[in-house]
Ligand binder design. Structure first.
Ligand SMILES: Cc1cc2nc3c(=O)[nH]c(=O)nc-3n(C[C@H](O)[C@H](O)[C@H](O)COP(=O)(O)OP(=O)(O)OC[C@H]3O[C@@H](n4cnc5c(N)ncnc54)[C@H](O)[C@@H]3O)c2cc1C
Length: 532
């Protein structure tokens, strides 16, 4: 029998991210996936800045960006009668506001390409073992999980005993089904075919550098997404008959109609059938098994929050599991995973349904086209929805200050407890530029204002206590802000201190400088080791 701290089921973007994060936190992790290797289909393209920040902490943001389609080819969204036809509407992205609010602007990258990067990252962690071609076929005792894992190439099965299980096993989630977990769901309400193909569409792109192009002319209906920087790889998604098996010739003809060129040379690379559906799982945890990513929530891809939400589930869960396994946190900390992430999934799923509705009711004749484009703003400009999440739970200490909420489109930067600690560019003693978000990698960090006394003992703990680092920010501190004032952005005076959790969300904010003992006590309380 194999024994591990955490078994991650599923090597999609969520499971791979969870495994790599757990590995960085020193948690012995086994990831299994029943597929022979990572996926071959470019499903989710829109990678939000918040997701890039998580991958930055893993050291792979640049690698993902290097396999993404560059911004000059993904500068907006278009609506056309066909790809060779008439343009009826466009929404161009403004220069990324995220340059100011994040060191990692979002990117447009095909899922199979970033999964390969994440696979390598997970494998590179000494504490992580990754096994593709291995299926979990049974789970016993979710409170003390024992699972049967079958190697598909040999047929050999083994029992794996895990302290905790992360079920990142996708929207059909066999684990969720086996454990009989219910969902709040609308059910299926549409069926699509996504055709991944090769064709030279570069000549059509000169003045239309759209990441996504909806083709809306009669017979051409569908959506094109650019997959490769050389503009020779694409997907075409169209509403399909769920009962019909499409031949290769039919798929090629559908692409040709969307392009508006019946003679276009098209090579089909892969085909994915998928359903429109929406669901949020009732319980995000059964015993010691946690649902993460599509196994916990699924919604239409409009707005692009499926994978992005899942990566942030993984970020939220990984440090809490590490805190229980390595830093002596109480198991009650794990309850805050559902408390914090379920409302986000519920909100994102409502937004995705609204986006689907806005697309479905759009009209593209001359009279209505502009109003239809305008109605898509909250679909495609979602910085507030992406970055403005503020958690409320026992793992956050409210400071009683009013919280200015972000809207879907507008991100209101805030370092209020529960919010993502904002990005401020800093220069370290070695002269290198870094971001505040780099300081909380895998540990708690107390960001201390220039006017606050800096505690003598500033080294992270290594003896089973939670690691707490201290970073003094100011002209005479460890880090000097470049440009924006840290005090202004974080809403603290000269002596203020902000305690940030390992997932980059603010745990507590102090107007007066706290002693190291106070900070340590606050951390113990957050970890469920002190009452109150
Ligand atoms: C056309 C399309 C476009 C999309 N666009 C976007 C977008 O722009 N942005 C966005 O954020 N999201 C988008 N999504 C959604 C996104 O693809 C999913 O949210 C994402 O793949 C979820 O990742 P995951 O790791 O949770 O699950 P998955 O990627 O589904 O991975 C689950 C893994 O679990 C494995 N598995 C299942 N059962 C077992 C078992 N018993 N044993 C071992 N392994 C098992 C599977 O083999 C699979 O590899 C899109 C989806 C589609 C279909």
């Amino acid at each position: 029998m194999t024994t591990v701290d955490v078994l991650v089921i599923g090597g999609g973007p969520v499971g791979l991210t969870a495994a790599a994060l757990l590995g960085d936190l020193g948690v012995e992790t086994l990831l299994v996936d029943r597929k022979p290797t990572t996926s071959s289909h470019p499903r989710a393209f829109g990678v939000h800045p918040r997701t890039m920040e998580v991958w930055r902490r893993l050291g792979v943001a640049d690698d993902v960006r290097s396999v993404a389609v560059p911004p000059e080819h993904t500068a907006g969204i278009g609506w056309m009668t066909s790809l060779t036809g008439m343009e009826v509407g466009r929404l161009m992205f403004p220069p990324p506001p995220s340059v100011e609010v994040s060191p990692e602007p979002g990117c447009f990258c095909a899922q199979h390409r970033y999964e390969a990067v994440l696979h390598e990252a997970a494998q590179a962690r000494a504490a992580v073992s990754v096994r593709f071609g291995c299926e979990v076929t049974a789970i016993q005792r979710p409170d003390a999980p024992r699972l049967t894992v079958v190697d598909s190439s040999t047929g050999v099965s083994e029992v794996v005993s895990a302290r905790y299980v992360v079920a990142a096993d996708g929207l059909a989630s066999p684990v969720r089904q086996r454990l009989g977990v219910r969902e709040r769901a609308t059910g299926r309400f549409g069926h699509s075919v996504n055709v991944y193909f090769r064709a030279d569409l570069a000549p059509l792109r000169k003045e239309r550098p759209f990441a996504l192009t909806w083709t809306v002319g009669p017979g051409a209906e569908g959506t094109f997404a650019v997959v490769a920087a050389d503009l020779h790889e694409w997907t075409f998604n169209f509403e399909a008959d769920p009962d019909h098996v499409y031949s290769e010739a039919e798929l090629i003809a559908a692409v040709q109609r969307g392009v508006g060129d019946p003679g276009l040379a098209v090579e089909i690379l892969d085909v994915l059938r998928w359903d429109y559906e929406q669901a949020v799982t009732d319980s995000w945890c059964v015993g010691r098994t946690f649902f993460c990513g599509d196994s916990a929530h699924r919604f239409p891809p409009h707005g692009g929050f499926g994978m992005n939400s899942g990566v942030q589930d993984a970020e939220n869960l990984a440090w809490k599991l590490a805190a229980v396994l390595r830093w002596g946190a109480g198991e009650s900390l794990l309850d805050t995973y559902e408390t914090e992430r379920k409302p986000v999934a519920t909100y994102n799923s409502a937004r995705a349904l609204a986006n689907t509705q806005a697309l479905a009711s759009a009209k593209w004749d001359a009279e209505h086209a502009q109003a239809s484009v305008d109605a898509q703003v909250e679909h495609f400009f979602t910085l507030g929805q992406q970055m403005g999440t503020v958690y409320r739970s026992a793992a956050v200490i409210d400071d009683g200050q009013p919280v200015e909420q972000s809207t879907v489109t507008t991100y209101v930067e805030s370092a209020c407890p529960g919010a993502r600690a904002p990005h401020v560019e800093l220069r370290g003693a070695d002269g290198r530029s870094i971001s505040t978000i780099d300081l909380c990698r895998g540990r708690f960090v107390a960001l201390v204002g220039a006017g606050a006394p800096i505690p003598d003992e500033r080294r992270p703990a290594s003896d089973g206590r939670p690691p707490i680092a201290w970073a003094a920010i100011g002209p005479t501190g460890d880090y000097r802000p470049i440009g924006r004032s840290w005090h202004d952005v974080y809403g603290v005076g000269d002596a203020g201190t902000v305690l940030v959790r390992p997932d980059g969300h603010v745990a507590a904010r102090f107007a007066e400088p706290p002693s190291p003992a106070t900070v340590a006590e606050v951390v113990q309380r957050l970890l469920g080791r002190l009452a109150g």
